[in-house]
Design a protein around this ligand. Structure first.
Ligand SMILES: NC(=O)c1ccc[n+]([C@@H]2O[C@H](COP(=O)([O-])OP(=O)(O)OC[C@H]3O[C@@H](n4cnc5c(N)ncnc54)[C@H](O)[C@@H]3O)[C@@H](O)[C@H]2O)c1
Length: 434
C-alpha cells in the first residue's frame, strides 16, 4: 500500500519505517528540514534501538523515502497517517490540536483523489469529527479513521511489530478491511485487531495512558507509606501484581512519571471530560500527586545531604525519563537539576544518550561522558534512569570520595549489599538500612 506519515517524530518515523519493512511504500513527511536532511543522509534524528539499521535497509530497498514536499507526499499516497505532536497548550490542561488541524488543511489542499486519513496522534474524543468538518468541502474524497499508537520509546520497534492490540476506530465498515489488510503481517503473528467507533478509539488511548499513570502513582504513594512503616515496596508490588486481575507491570515505585505521553495525556483526558461536564476526580488527583512527587524527591536530597547544598557535589546517572531513549520531555531531572543548582549544589550528569540542551545554560551543571568522570569525587550519586550500564556499578571503585552516598530512585541495588560494603544507600519505598 502507498502510505504517507505526516510528522517524522518518535511515532511517525518508527511506524513509517516498520510499515515499509512489512512491504509498503512509505513517504515520511516532516516540516523540519533538518530532520529530513539527516534522514536522507542515513542518520536517525532520534535515538531508538535498532532504528538506524531498519531505516538503511528500507531506504536502500526504495520502500522508504523522506521529504518536506507536502504535495508530493500527499498526492502519491492512498492512506495518510497524521503523526504530529499534540502537546498541552501552554498554561492550560487543554490539548493543542493546531498541528493536527494544520496538516489536515494541507491534506485537503493537495488531495485530488480518494484517501483515508488516519489519526495516529493521540487526540481527544471528537477530534475525528472536527477533522471531518475541515475537509467537508471535498467530503467525498476522504474517510477519516482513528488508529491510536501504543508503542513505547526505547522498545518502539518491538512494540510496533508485536502490539497487544491494534485499535481501529471508524464510523464506516470499509476501512476496517483495508486496515486489516495493512496490519495483516502483525495480526497473523497473533496481535489482536480491535474494531470500534472512531470516538471509541480516540478515548481508548487516553483511558489506557491515564490508567497506567494511575498505577504508577498508586505504587509511588504506597512507597511513601512503606518507607514510614518499615515495609519493602517490592514485596507489595509482587504480592499485588501476582493477582491476575491487577497484573505486575507499571507497579514499580520510582520517580514521578514523565515522558511525552502520560503527563500530557492525563491532563488532556481531564480537559476533554470537562467539555462534557464530567469530573474525572481520580485522574485529577493522579496529576496532582505526580507533580508533588518531584518536590518530595528533592526534599529527600536535602534529607540526605542537609539543608545547605552550597558546593555539594551531586552526580546524576541518567536524565532521560526512561532508558533507551533520548527523550527528555517531562523527565523528573528537568525540575530536580535546576532546583539543586539554584540551591548552590554543583551538579554533574551522565546519560548514555548524550548531553542535553536543556541543561546547557544552567550555572553549575555540567555534562560528563562516562560514569567514572561523572562520579569520581562526588558527595551524592542520584541514580535516576535505569540504563543497563548503571545496573552493576562498583561504587567504591568509581567514587574516590570516602563519604559519598547513593540515592537510587530505581531500586537497582540491594540495600543489604550496600550496607555490607559500608555505602550509605537510599532507595524508594524500602526500610532504611543505614
Ligand atoms: N512518543 C511516544 O512514545 C508516543 C507514543 C504513542 C503516541 N504518541 C502520540 O503520537 C503523536 C506524535 O508524538 P511524537 O512523540 O512522535 O512527536 P514528535 O514531536 O517526536 O514528532 C512530531 C513531528 O511532527 C512534525 N510536524 C508537526 N507539524 C507538521 C506538519 N504540519 N507537517 C509535517 N510535519 C509536522 C514535527 O516537526 C515533528 O517532527 C502525539 O500525539 C503523541 O501523543 C506518542
Amino acid at each position: 500500500m502507498k502510505l504517507c506519515m505526516i510528522g517524522t517524530g518518535y511515532v511517525g518515523l518508527v511506524s513509517g519505517v516498520c510499515f515499509a519493512d512489512i512491504g509498503n511504500q512509505v513517504i515520511c513527511l516532516d516540516k523540519d528540514k533538518n530532520k529530513i536532511d539527516k534522514l536522507n543522509s542515513g542518520i536517525s534524528p532520534i535515538y531508538e534501538p535498532g532504528l538506524d539499521e531498519l531505516i538503511k535497509k528500507n531506504f536502500t530497498a526504495k520502500r522508504l523515502s523522506f521529504t518536506t514536499n507536502i504535495n508530493r507526499a500527499i498526492s502519491s499516497s492512498d492512506i495518510i497517517f497524521i503523526c504530529v505532536g499534540t502537546p498541552t497548550k501552554k498554561g492550560t490542561i487543554k490539548v493543542d490540536l493546531s498541528f493536527v488541524y494544520k496538516c489536515t488543511k494541507e491534506i485537503l489542499k493537495y488531495s485530488k483523489r480518494k484517501k483515508i486519513i488516519v489519526t495516529k496522534s493521540t487526540v481527544p474524543v471528537g477530534t475525528g469529527d472536527e477533522i471531518e468538518k475541515i475537509v467537508k468541502r471535498k467530503k467525498k474524497l476522504f474517510t477519516i479513521i482513528s488508529n491510536p499508537e501504543f508503542l513505547r520509546e526505547g522498545e518502539a520497534i518491538r512494540d510496533f511489530r508485536y502490539p497487544d492490540r491494534i485499535v481501529i476506530g471508524s464510523n464506516e465498515k470499509k476501512p476496517f478491511n483495508i486496515m486489516k489488510k495493512l496490519y495483516a503481517p502483525l495480526i497473523n503473528k497473533g496481535s489482536k485487531f480491535f474494531a470500534t467507533s472512531r470516538r471509541g478509539a480516540e478515548l481508548i488511548k487516553y483511558a489506557s495512558n491515564a490508567f497506567l499513570a494511575t498505577k504508577i502513582t498508586f505504587i509511588n504513594e504506597l512507597a511513601n507509606l512503606c518507607e514510614k512503616s518499615g515495609v519493602n515496596i517490592e514485596d507489595i508490588s509482587l504480592g499485588m501484581g501476582s493477582d491476575s486481575r491487577i497484573g505486575g507491570r507499571f507497579l514499580r515505585a520510582g520517580p514521578a512519571y514523565g515522558g511525552s505521553c502520560f503527563p500530557k495525556d492525563t491532563k488532556g483526558l481531564v480537559s476533554a471530560a470537562e467539555k462534557y461536564k464530567i469530573n474525572l476526580s481520580v485522574v485529577k488527583s493522579v496529576i496532582k500527586s505526580n507533580q508533588e512527587r518531584v518536590n518530595l524527591l528533592t526534599k529527600r536530597v536535602h534529607k540526605i545531604l542537609g539543608s545547605n547544598l552550597k558546593n555539594k557535589k551531586i552526580s546524576f546517572l541518567g536524565v532521560t525519563f526512561k532508558p533507551n531513549t533520548d527523550d527528555m520531555r517531562d523527565s523528573s531531572s528537568l525540575k530536580m537539576i535546576p532546583y539543586l543548582c539554584k540551591k548552590g549544589a554543583k551538579v554533574r550528569y551522565y546519560d548514555p544518550s548524550g548531553e542535553k540542551n536543556e541543561f546547557k545554560r544552567i550555572k553549575n551543571c555540567n555534562y560528563r561522558n562516562n560514569i567514572k568522570s561523572n562520579c569520581n569525587d562526588t558527595d551524592l550519586v542520584v541514580l535516576l534512569t535505569e540504563w543497563d550500564e548503571f545496573k552493576s556499578i562498583d561504587f567504591k571503585k568509581v567514587v574516590k570520595n570516602t563519604k559519598f552516598k547513593v540515592y537510587d530512585l530505581r531500586n537497582l541495588y540491594s540495600a543489604e549489599e550496600m550496607k555490607k560494603k559500608k555505602i550509605k544507600y537510599y532507595s524508594v519505598g524500602r526500610p532504611n538500612t543505614n
